[in-house]
Write a protein that binds this ligand. Structure first.
Ligand SMILES: *Cc1c(COP(=O)(O)O)cnc(C)c1O
Length: 418
């Protein structure tokens, strides 16, 4: 017996071709997972993590040994001076927002090197949303961005004129988010860092690392980035953490950001971890493997949908630096049918039928398929996209490679072979 037996013969044949085709890439990902697993394991050993560290504190959270040790584990893995890993960060956006408010003062400027940032960050900055609600703009913190070149790369020539003395923080968004550009690899981030350092040696270089952790064997903090943040319901939480975010980087910056998250005077010393620590530790331990599973799933998706004559990005054999796979369906009907199959083949809410609907902040209707254990956790297998040309579905995550394979195979059969 074989899991493919009850698929249509044409589908079975395609799967077998794809499996053979991508095998060498999968094997490279396995090596990457082991490399990253070793980094994490050795950090746990170095910090002598014990059973006692897993039980979180209550109340103010003074002397929360487990919390402080987890900060050190993150700092070891990301090779930074310090870290702030907290369940009190409610989302990736909140983590990024806390970092900006922690580091920037009235009159300072935030400059994005990688084009307009992720939608929710625009509201934090005050590019979108109502005035007077507490955005950076309300606090007289300026913002500008360097539009990307036609080919989706950084425009270093334009950047030169925008890297003025007023710029305090230079931000780099690693992952594409909901844009059509490619994500930036750590090698590309290094080029950006070197460029900025030449012009503004004292600027703070910040990376939004959402979706990026463990998708390569080096992290942006290893190529000169000062401060970096991510979400625990994406890669770094390994599908196990229930909530939270992290910041890693220079000690002084971490202190300023901790003062923003809690209050000046409390900083890193307060914040009860309650029942969350065990999951945060276990999730971080599992993060390399889970990220690897999601990337293998993305490689499989890319290869099989390319065989169905769709436009995919990245291609199965392209280098990868995050979990996101985009598929252009070219027309709405198959895009919607495919997304519905993603939902139908989820462990949770498999009976729910997602419909394209209007969402705050989007001009077009959006379809969202996600049947996850943790609400909104995009490290778990999910699909979404606005219903507009070229009808791009963003596929991301997957706790196990097998789940992604089964779900995609069913979706391909239902969408293209029925
Ligand atoms: C997910 C993500 C964020 C933060 O999103 P939340 O939904 O607030 O956790 C920020 N930037 C990028 C590039 C992301 O992918």
């Amino acid at each position: 017996m074989n899991w493919k037996d009850d698929f249509k013969p044409e589908v079975k044949r395609i799967i077998e071709e794809v499996e053979k085709q991508i095998q060498p890439r999968l094997s490279e990902i396995d090596d990457q997972v082991t490399f990253n697993q070793r980094k994490v394991l050795e950090a746990f050993q170095k910090e002598r993590i014990s059973e006692e560290n897993l039980n979180g504190a209550t109340g103010y959270g003074y002397n929360d040994m487990g919390r402080d040790a987890l900060d050190r584990v993150y700092a070891d893995v990301f090779k930074t001076e310090d870290a702030l890993v907290r369940p009190q960060f409610v989302s990736g956006t909140h983590t990024i927002s806390s970092a900006y408010f922690g580091m920037l003062r009235p009159g300072d400027k935030l400059l994005y090197l990688t084009g307009m940032p992720y939608d929710t960050i625009q509201e934090v900055i005050g590019v979108t949303g109502k005035a007077g609600m507490g955005s950076l703009k309300d606090f007289k913190i300026d913002f500008d961005y360097v539009p990307l070149l036609e080919n989706g790369k950084v425009d270093f020539k334009a950047a030169k004129t925008k890297l003025t003395d007023q710029v305090k923080v230079v931000a780099i968004q690693r992952s594409r988010g909901y844009s059509s550009r490619s994500s930036f690899t750590v090698d590309e981030i290094k080029v950006m860092v070197d460029h900025v350092r030449e012009i503004l040696p004292n600027a703070i270089i910040f990376v939004d690392n959402c979706y990026g952790e463990f998708s390569e064997i080096v992290e942006p903090t290893e190529v000169g980035v000062d401060v970096m943040v991510g979400s625990l319901i994406k890669n770094a939480g390994g599908g196990i953490a229930h909530t939270g975010g992290y910041v890693v980087g220079k000690q002084k910056l971490i202190e300023m950001i901790a003062n923003r998250l809690t209050n000046v005077g409390a900083g890193k010393e307060e914040g009860a971890t309650l029942e969350n620590l065990r999951r945060m530790y276990q999730g971080f331990f599992m993060a390399p493997e889970v990220t690897g599973a999601a990337i293998k799933g993305a490689i499989f998706e890319s290869a099989i949908l390319e065989k169905c004559n769709l436009q995919v990005d990245p291609k199965w054999n392209d280098p990868r630096t995050d979990l996101i796979q985009t598929i252009n369906f070219g027309e709405p009907d198959s895009m919607i049918r495919f997304a519905k199959q993603v939902q139908k083949n989820s462990p949770i809410d498999s009976y729910v039928d997602p419909e394209p609907s209007q969402m705050a902040g989007y001009e077009d209707k959006v379809i969202m398929a996600a049947g996850t254990f943790v609400q909104g956790a995009s490290v778990e297998f999910s699909a979404d996209g606005p219903i507009r040309p070229p009808y791009t579905l963003y596929l991301q995550g997957g706790l196990t490679y097998s789940h992604v394979k089964i779900a995609i195979t069913k979706a391909v059969e239902e969408t293209f072979f029925n």
